[in-house]
Design a binder for this molecule. Structure first.
Ligand code: ZN
Length: 238
């Protein structure tokens, strides 16, 4: 049992594939793990339902992890709606269009999420923050970048005067490798649980079950998830 196991972690858990894989990664690695989710009023209620189902299923199906999984925290960040409702200036409208960002984009949202998470972590005696951010299938969000999060780690550790380690186990993985990581951590049972119980679709479609999970099948999140799963499930013939 290494030094990592003695630390206690807080996982930013949205109910999606990436954060569910991160949660399993943290449960495999740390002695104690809590979860935090953010209700921003922008996402669909299905995300929140998936969170609870995944937490329940992890406890039932993975007894070794159940004893390490502690409280779940939900923060209401409805005020993010006030930011996305703020009209863009004309110049910014042009910049958003050029960068493919949706007009509802909240700049630096992950910085806010980590700041709130660090405040909860401090109060709960947790010293590691785990997030599913990834540079490989780059989302275009600069607050998901490795250097951004390293800077956040330093700012939070200084500002709280307490060690606050930021871990992003998916940072350099592609979506197929994220499935492989899930398989390594929890075998076929975890892959199946993530496939059928996590939610990624931007449109909140949780009625159509595909080989790669639920979703509309057309939005960018569904496309990314489908391509990743196909690459994972059908490796090139040897
Ligand atoms: Zn979709």
């Amino acid at each position: 049992m290494g030094e990592a196991m003695e630390r206690k972690a807080l996982v930013l858990f949205s109910g999606g594939q990436d954060s569910a894989t991160c949660l399993a990664w943290a449960l495999d690695r740390y002695a104690y793990v809590e979860t935090i989710g953010f209700h921003s009023g922008q996402r669909h209620a299905v995300d929140l339902e998936c969170r609870q189902v995944v937490l329940d299923r992890l406890k039932v199906q993975f007894p070794a992890w159940a004893s390490r999984l502690g409280s779940d925290h939900m923060l209401d960040l409805a005020l993010l709606g006030q930011i996305s409702d703020t009209a863009l200036t004309q110049d910014q409208e042009i910049a958003f269009k050029a960068s493919d960002l949706p007009p509802t984009f909240v700049p630096g949202r992950n910085l806010l999420f980590f700041t709130f998470a660090s405040a909860i972590a401090y109060r709960r005696g947790l010293t590691v923050l785990v997030g599913g951010m990834c540079e490989t299938d780059y989302s275009g969000y600069p607050d998901c970048r490795d250097n951004t999060l390293k800077a956040m780690q330093l700012a939070m550790s200084l500002g709280l005067d307490a060690p606050m380690l930021v871990e992003t186990p998916l940072m350099w993985l592609d979506k197929a490798q994220t499935w492989e990581l899930a398989e390594r951590l929890g075998g076929a049972a975890l892959v199946e649980m993530i496939r059928t119980e996590t939610h990624t679709c931007y449109l909140g479609d949780h009625t159509h079950l595909h080989r790669w999970g639920y979703g509309c099948g057309h939005c960018p999140a569904c496309e990314l998830r489908r391509n990743g799963y196909e690459a994972y499930a059908q490796p090139e013939a040897a």
